[in-house]
Design a protein around this ligand. Structure first.
Ligand code: ARG
Length: 458
């Protein structure tokens, strides 16, 4: 007979057990479920609902159950549906009527929300740490390349020269916002649902503030219906993960392009690539590709959760049990991405020569010429137009911008001076971009120093 079986005349159909079980995946919540139960019984004893000795016996037995699960010696039963009832049944098996007191003043509805919040609080810290690991690896690589010039791209077309460190640090910025989103989400999920009961609170004199303190929550959630009904913290967490996946997917895409034969800007370490079963010469950036690929799955989990929640009347509905698999998978996936990209970035070989060769394209410095004209008092729109004409003229002549004579240049840009012919040096170009946040090595070195210091602490 199931724990809730009192009013039933028949046992559950085997298919229903399969249909409703969550133990096959929610077992990972066990340390949090146990910690929550231990705080709960301590409170029950404190307010006099159960005896102190009973609370102590339950707490000790829960420790033993946890040790059994840790060691892989605990037998999870599908017939007991979920982690909450598996643990409770084990408790009752050992302690009898005393064990049967653990669920006093509690429902699985407030219990599962408590477990999830405890779990996500820990995972928020872990994902943040892994993101910091990737940031550190990007900064370490950047520190070596504050003077390595490559073309910056917009529309995947050559735009302006940048230093490689600048490109890498752009990802460090993105990951920093991802980390702050997780911290922010953690702030909001750090509140206790327990004591909400199934929906309406309890007739028993539960001390929710005490439990909140025991579990190091900021406090107890104010509204019992909200406490059991919402999963916005799951959505927020998934959306923070989706953004991390999106950022790392873009980094992966850059790595895939850069390691292609057309670019040959970097070479990934053999340890992070795989070969082809047919073509002997192949070395493929599979980790980067799968980072891109897995991102789709993470997005899917976010949309699935939003969709599951959208039509649910308050408060708890069993639909909400579907919040876990996608969440767990998204967490595992993003952690694996971050953990793998960090050493992969550290081992990437940078081909500065090829980067420099690509950045030598004089067209990359067209903006520099226009800005030189602006300094001569020419309105920017006119300057842009003149340089554009000059680019067109060179194209017609079949020469590079740097091959034009002053006379040829003046046909399009009457104000051109001999110094304009020297404008096509990419190093001069990056060094001149000293704007705050610009790509000048002088600026980028400051940013590297900033991150080296900032990333020392979690
Ligand atoms: N396994 C359930 C879940 O994850 C626990 C809550 C079940 N509550 C209930 N009244 N059936 O949502």
């Amino acid at each position: 007979m199931a724990m809730w079986g009192g009013r039933f005349e028949k046992g559950t159909d085997a298919l229903v057990a399969k249909f409703t079980e969550s133990i096959s995946y929610d077992r990972r919540l066990y340390p949090h479920d146990i910690r929550g139960s231990q705080a709960h019984v301590k409170m029950l004893a404190k307010v006099g609902i159960i005896a102190k000795a009973e609370a102590e016996a339950i707490r000790r037995e829960l420790d033993r159950i946890k040790a059994r699960i840790d060691r892989g010696e605990f037998e999870f039963k599908e017939s007991l549906e979920d982690i909450h009832m598996n643990i409770e049944a084990a408790l009752i098996e050992k302690l009898g009527p005393v064990g049967a007191k653990v669920h006093t003043g509690r429902s699985r509805n407030d219990q599962v929300a408590t477990d999830e919040r405890l779990y996500l609080r820990a995972e928020a810290d872990e994902v943040r740490e892994l993101a910091r690991g990737l940031q550190k690896s990007l900064v370490a690589l950047a520190a070596k390349h504050t003077g390595t010039i490559l073309p910056g791209f917009t529309h995947l077309q050559h735009a302006q020269p940048v230093v490689f460190a600048h490109h890498l640090l752009a990802y460090v910025e993105m990951l920093e916002r991802d980390r702050s989103r997780l911290a922010d989400c953690r702030e909001r999920l750090d509140w206790l649902p327990l004591g909400a009961g199934a929906i309406a609170g309890s007739t028993l004199p539960l001390d929710r503030e005490f439990v909140a303190r025991e579990l190091r929550f900021k406090g107890a959630l104010r509204n019992s219906m909200d406490a059991v009904a919402d999963r916005d913290y799951v959505v927020e967490f998934l959306s923070a993960l989706a953004l991390i996946a999106m950022h790392t997917s873009r980094l992966a895409e850059d790595l895939i392009l850069w390691s292609s034969q057309e670019f040959t800007f970097i070479e990934l370490d053999d340890a992070f690539c795989t070969g082809s079963s047919l073509m002997p010469q192949k070395k493929n950036p599979d980790v980067a590709e799968l980072t891109r690929g897995k991102t789709g799955r993470v997005y899917g989990h976010l949309i699935a959760m939003l969709t599951t929640l959208k039509g649910l009347p308050l408060t708890y509905n069993r639909d909400m049990q579907e919040d876990k698999q996608g969440l767990f998978d998204a967490i595992d996936t993003v952690k694996l991405i971050l953990a793998t990209l960090a050493p992969m970035m550290a081992g990437a070989k940078v081909n500065g020569k090829n980067m420099a060769a690509a950045a030598a394209d004089p067209a990359l410095m067209a903006t520099d010429l226009a800005e030189w004209l602006v300094c001569q008092g020419v309105p920017f729109r006119d300057a842009h137009h003149m340089v554009g004409r000059f680019v067109g003229d060179c194209k017609k002549r079949g020469i590079g911008l740097d091959q034009a004579t002053l006379k040829q240049m003046r046909a399009a840009i009457p104000a051109a001076k001999p110094e304009c012919l020297k404008m096509f040096d990419p190093r001069r170009s990056v060094e001149a971009r000293t704007t705050l946040g610009g790509t000048a090595p002088s600026q980028v070195k400051k940013q590297v120093a900033f991150w080296q210091k900032a990333l020392k602490t979690p």
